[in-house]
Design a protein around this ligand. Structure first.
Ligand SMILES: Cc1cc2nc3c(=O)[nH]c(=O)nc-3n(C[C@H](O)[C@H](O)[C@H](O)COP(=O)(O)OP(=O)(O)OC[C@H]3O[C@@H](n4cnc5c(N)ncnc54)[C@H](O)[C@@H]3O)c2cc1C
Length: 667
């Protein structure tokens, strides 16, 4: 099986990427015209990769399961995208972005990749501005920035609370230009169900046309998986309902190692779960922590009275409120990284201070920001004697301009006005730091199979900093893959087109067909959602915000049993060879039922706490994550061997030559 070779170039950290670009092989323009690349996924990673690869001259085929490339989940991204531009003159630099990202990820990411990410971050903004992405601007016309968690500078570029949508429209228009030129062929409502290997190389896919139900074969010289993250293994999450692990998992089963599956991010500011009927959780962007202050009552009796509806939060005096993040982490306050903020919220709620009926909510309060902004505005308008009412009205206008769509979304869902009463929030599953293992060129352990964006394990270690996912997806697609893929494809300039009549395609299609038939043959006792919800409960309770050995062992057993029951008893109405959304779901859940098991195995293997992976056995006296650098400073890359719990572990040792390993502190 493939060897774990990270291919990080030699030389000083800051010169590695430039040196690598100079050293790797190129494909000349005439030869690019003879090379086909399949890109699965049209989110920010896939759209930017396909537009750039087509612009370079390759023939690109893109696939997505939505009805349009621009419906990819990236459209949901709210808060912003990071870049080390230092427009604020507040001390930012490429090094600082690199440092913050490594520290934020609790020293579990690859130095060279993270430095490259920080280097190309600045190009991303220029590229997107050139495409017409309407980033927010300051009064003077310069691009505006705000802060995200785990950093002490303002480096986040944003377009109100709709940054993902605007960035995706930019990438999609670049894609569209190539579609029109005939360099991209776009397959929408198509789902990749398997990867086809010929002579050990990725040479194509089996896809299902979701409208007709037909299976199709597509060939190429390389396949890029930009298929997003797997957080929906928890059922409830902030992801779109369709987000799934199938493409990555199918590649895993064919030989691509899966790295750090237990590194998932639980985001601290989401609208709390309201009951069992729910299938989706809503994020309230981290950008809100720039201005919102997080608190719970100081006294248990006040928390109880609030839960019983006998006391309103606005009635509680300042001295009766516990701004616990400001208290525990004065240097970063409300802008500590997500894993730290999530755990702190859980700690307060577990101790009985939660503020909604379920006891699982804390407040995110904008009152001080409204009054502060209002006072500034009144001053600039010359209204020195403005009363509180006037100041509040002016402040609300400013808060609305910054976060209006998020406030509106909150009010629609919760039916409370967040300008007048604090938002209630609680942590929820949000992002997958783990994913397919890739080398420095973004190639998986299968030659010719690449992974980009959230689908790879890449740059975020054990915890991703806010606004870094968009940065990484766009870095991979616009600025990394277009260079590195040529190094591999240089061997294919004389290969010619790959036939889909090869026996490997035939065999893969047969396997897919049999899998679909097996799914359809369940006894019909329970719906697909029944199983997905059950899996989600196991994941949340035993592999969620905190984990322990006993719970993880139970999870491994329970998931295996659930998977067995799923195949016996799942109910899929409708037909096999036609549009069938339950069948689509079933196929995705089947893969989650395998991934969930590997997730627990990975969490059990990692006898330390780091970032979002919190093992109760390994914590400091203050309840912070306790790393074990001596024994676990590695990427855990799992090789599929037939049963998820028997996957074989490969270790990529993480070498820190340019950064000192420290205990992470945000105090
Ligand atoms: C609510 C929310 C807000 C966020 N806000 C921010 C933010 O402000 N800043 C930030 O940096 N990050 C944010 N994130 C994270 C960020 O949005 C994602 O990590 C990022 O957009 C992922 O992009 P991607 O291109 O890797 O994948 P996605 O955008 O998830 O795209 C996946 C693509 O793969 C396709 N696909 C998947 N499987 C298959 C298959 N089997 N066959 C065919 N096609 C397939 C899908 O159709 C889709 O086109 C947010 C996330 C959420 C949930």
């Amino acid at each position: 099986m493939a060897k774990l070779e990270s291919r990080v170039p030699n030389g000083p950290l800051a010169e590695k990427w430039s040196k690598h670009k100079n050293d790797i092989r190129l494909v000349n323009p005439a030869n690019k015209r003879n090379i086909d690349i399949i890109v699965i996924g049209t989110g920010l990673a896939g759209a930017s990769a396909s537009a750039s690869l087509a612009e370079l001259g390759y023939n690109v085929k893109t696939f997505c399961y939505q009805d349009s490339p621009r419906r990819a989940h990236s459209i949901a991204a709210q808060g912003g995208v990071n870049a080390a531009k230092n427009y604020q003159g507040d001390g930012d630099s490429v090094y600082r972005l690199f440092y913050d990202t490594i520290k934020g990820g609790d020293y579990r990411s690859r130095e060279a990749n993270v430095h490259r990410l920080a280097e190309v971050s600045t190009n991303i903004i220029d590229q997107c501005v050139a495409q017409g992405v309407p980033f927010a601007r300051e009064y003077g016309g310069l691009l505006d920035n705000r802060s995200f968690g785990g950093v002490q500078v303002s480096r986040t570029f944003y377009a109100k609370g709709q940054t993902g949508q605007q960035l995706l429209l930019g990438a999609y228009s670049a894609m569209n230009r190539q579609i029109q030129r005939g360099k991209i062929k776009s397959y929408t409502r198509h789902e990749m169900l398997d990867l086809v290997l010929v002579d050990g190389k990725a040479r194509g896919i089996i896809a299902r046309n979701l409208v007709t139900g037909e299976l199709e074969r597509h060939s190429a010289h390389a396949v890029v998986l930009a298929t997003g993250g797997y957080g929906n293994v928890f059922y409830l999450s902030t992801y779109c309902m369709g987000a799934n692990v199938m493409a990555a998992w199918r590649a895993h089963r064919r030989g691509a190692h899966f790295a750090n599956p237990c590194f998932t991010q639980i985001h601290p500011t989401c609208i709390p779960v309201s009951g069992d009927h729910q299938s989706k959780l809503t994020l309230m962007s981290e950008s809100l922590r720039n201005d919102g202050r997080i608190w719970v009552p100081k006294k248990l009796e006040d928390a109880k009275a609030i839960r019983e509806g006998k006391l309103r939060p606005t009635d509680l005096a300042e001295e009766d409120r516990d701004y616990y993040l400001e208290r525990r982490y004065p240097a970063f306050g409300n802008l500590v990284p997500r894993d730290v903020a999530s755990r702190a919220a859980k700690e307060r709620c577990d101790a009985g201070f939660g503020v909604n009926k379920t006891g699982e909510a804390v407040y995110l309060d904008f009152d001080s920001a409204i009054m502060r902004y209002g006072r500034e505005k009144a001053n600039t308008m010359g209204l020195k004697d403005a009363d509180d009412k006037k100041v509040r009205a002016l402040g609300e206008e400013i808060v609305e301009a910054k976060y209006g769509n998020l406030f509106q979304m909150y009010e629609k869902i919760v039916n409370e006005n967040p300008y007048k009463t604090p938002m209630k929030i609680y942590p929820a599953v949000h992002y997958a730091m783990g994913g397919l293992w890739v080398d420095y060129n973004l190639m998986t352990t299968i030659p010719g199979c690449y992974a980009a964006g959230e689908a790879n394990f890449s740059d975020h270690g054990a915890n991703r900093l806010g606004a870094s996912a968009l940065m990484q997806g766009l870095a991979d697609g616009y600025f990394v893959l277009p260079y590195t893929i040529g190094d591999y494809l240089a061997d294919d300039i004389q290969t010619g087109s790959i036939s889909t009549d090869l026996p490997e395609f035939e065999a893969a299609e047969k396997e897919v067909k049999e899998r679909l038939e097996k799914l359809m043959s369940g006894s019909g006792k329970h719906s697909v959602d029944y199983y997905h919800k059950k899996l989600g409960k196991i994941m949340w309770n035993k592999c969620g915000m905190s984990r322990n050995e006993q719970g993880l062992n139970e999870a491994i057993k329970e998931i295996a049993e659930l998977r067995e029951d799923f195949y016996k008893n799942v109910r899929i109405p409708g037909e096999l060879n036609a549009m069938n959304s339950e069948l689509e779901k079933a196929h995705r859940v089947a893969d989650f039922l395998e991934l969930g098991e590997l997730f627990a195995v990975d969490a059990l293997n990692r006898n330390e706490s780091c970032g979002g992976h919190f093992r109760e056995e390994y914590q400091t006296e203050e309840g912070e994550a306790l790393r074990d650098d001596e024994n676990y400073r590695y990427v855990a890359a799992w090789e599929y061997t037939g049963v998820p719990s028997e996957a074989k572990l490969h270790k990529e040792e993480l070498v820190y030559e340019n950064i000192e390993l420290k205990t992470r502190s945000y105090k």
